[in-house]
Design a protein around this ligand. Structure first.
Ligand code: FAD
Length: 264
């Protein structure tokens, strides 16, 4: 399998750095080809702007979506964007690895998604009409590929439990897993979250690495989170609200899991 790790941490000697090195080694030992986009080391430009279309006419009004569409269609995207899209085409599985910063991904990784996920590539794909709102949420360019988050947190697992003070980890990661991974078509595997990272030291690092190793060994056979697909009959068209009667017994974001599926 081809595995792309998109990694966002500024310090190679961090816990995340050690886990990234471990993951690369483990995956290669398992016979996989691995590429890493180390965003800080690459000095990835996080801000989406007019320079992302090399053919942008100076002085024109910048429309982020329209300029993205034009650049993608005409082959005038900046080279860094095109290179990351090629890595995504190459990958069978994509791992986003990052420390949880303010309940989300570090800004540099958000900027990777904003810029690499071009119009026509990750959104604006497929027919758009009153009867079909694009190929997304389970369909799209990334269909057939898998994705997984590897996330470290300062907070404890109980802080992120269903009644935890921080909100449940499934809800916190929903915008990333559903909104940026399932949206362009990835099958999203349950996240690997490493809680209470401040308590990790030489004595327990082996255990932490071993748990990650088991998830990596099982990448090809892990069941994805059973998000409902947009175009498989569960949503009203064109409102795209969940049909009455579906999601019974569930509240909040969990209604977007298929009926009968265990809560992720
Ligand atoms: P490090 O700080 O590098 O290391 C963590 C521990 O692991 C340390 O004790 C270190 O000694 C040890 N360690 C490192 N490398 C190794 C190794 N090779 N072998 C053995 N032990 C090692 N947390 C939340 O829960 N929610 C938030 O919203 C949140 N927001 C944050 C926002 C910001 C801006 C910041 C800076 C932190 C935030 N945190 C939050 C905490 C953050 O998630 C953790 O600091 C982070 O996940 C730790 O990962 P790290 O790679 O930076 O760890």
């Amino acid at each position: 399998m081809n595995v792309l790790i998109v990694y966002a941490h500024p310090e190679p000697r961090s816990l995340n750095g050690a886990l990234r090195d471990f993951a690369v080694e483990r995956l290669r030992a398992g016979g996989h080809a691995v590429q890493v986009s180390d965003l800080y080391a690459m000095q990835w430009k996080a801000t989406l702007d007019a320079a992302d279309n090399t053919a942008f006419e100076a002085g024109g009004r910048f429309d982020a979506s329209e300029e993205s569409r034009r650049a993608f269609m005409n082959g005038t995207q900046s080279a860094d964007i095109a290179a990351e899209q090629d890595k995504l085409r190459w990958a069978d599985t994509v791992i986003l690895q990052f420390p949880l910063w303010w309940f989300s991904m570090p800004a540099i990784l958000k900027g990777w998604i904003e810029r690499v996920y071009a119009y026509g590539f990750a959104y604006g794909v497929g027919e758009h009409s009153d009867s079909h709102w694009g190929d997304r949420y389970g369909e799209g360019t990334m269909a057939g590929k898998r994705a997984m988050l590897v996330v470290t947190t300062g907070g404890w697992d109980s802080h992120y439990a269903s009644r935890g003070i921080n909100g449940s980890i499934n809800d916190i990661l929903f915008p990333i897993q559903h909104g940026t991974l399932f949206y362009p078509g990835f099958d999203v595997l349950p996240p690997h979250v490493i809680y209470r990272s401040g308590k990790i030291d030489d004595a327990n690092f082996g255990e932490v690495a071993s748990a990650l190793g088991q998830r990596l060994d099982a990448l090809e056979r892990t069941e994805p989170i059973p998000f409902r697909k947009q175009n498989h009959g569960d949503y009203e068209i064109p409102a795209l609200t969940l049909k009455p009667g579906l999601g019974a017994g569930r509240t909040g974001l969990a209604i977007h899991l298929q009926d009968g599926a265990a809560d992720a």
